[in-house]
Design a protein around this ligand. Structure first.
Ligand code: PRP
Length: 179
């Protein structure tokens, strides 16, 4: 496992993002921060602790792959509890990869009548993008690598690492390809 983004660098960048978000939403009293489970949880908690504007939180859970699904098909496994009609929604994600998940969620939020919708993503794997997604607050752009840690998993492991690491199998022939 090779460290790609150390903990201190994550903390520094998240502080910068929080300052930007605090500035941009200073006049809003109707912000809802929406996390996409499970990967966004670590990032969301650390970011939101630094937000000073009034806000509510809620969560989506989606799945993109699995039996019966095709690439690009995104299923909502857990929907929001709150109504987001006329609210300013800030969607918080750990990573934008192909873009299918975020494209689906952003469209759904707009369809439900949000006053504004913006996306804050810690990691942008731009080289893997298959559909265009506008990222309003971006932590880091990364190469097309399989990364784990700070919420991101391989087969549900490694989410609790306090940094972002590149997952490199010791024996590639013995493990399924993660990509
Ligand atoms: C990851 C990530 C995004 C999505 C991005 O979630 O958290 O939600 O994939 O991929 P895309 O841009 O190719 O659509 P995942 O489905 O792995 O679930 P998890 O957050 O529970 O690990």
């Amino acid at each position: 496992m090779r460290v790609l983004i150390p903990q201190e660098e994550l903390e520094r960048r998240i502080t910068e993002l929080a300052a930007e978000i605090n500035r941009d939403y200073a006049d809003s009293d109707r912000l809802v921060c929406v996390g996409v489970l499970k990967g966004s949880v670590f990032f969301m908690v650390d970011l939101l602790k630094q937000l000073t504007v009034p806000l509510a939180i809620d969560f989506f859970q989606t799945s993109s792959y699995g039996s019966g699904t095709v690439p690009g098909e995104v299923r909502i496994r857990k929907d929001l509890d709150l109504s987001i009609r006329d609210r300013d929604v800030l969607l918080i994600e750990d990573i934008v990869d192909t873009g299918y998940t975020l494209r689906t969620i952003l469209a759904l939020l707009r369809f439900r009548g949000a006053r504004s919708v913006k996306l804050c993503a810690l990691l942008d794997k731009a080289a893997a993008r298959e559909v265009e997604v506008q990222i309003d607050y971006r932590g880091f752009e990364i190469d097309k690598l399989f990364v784990v840690g700070y919420g991101l998993d391989f087969d549900e492991r490694y989410r609790n690492l306090p940094y972002i690491a590149v997952w490199e199998p010791d024996e590639p022939a013995d493990v399924p390809s993660p990509s």
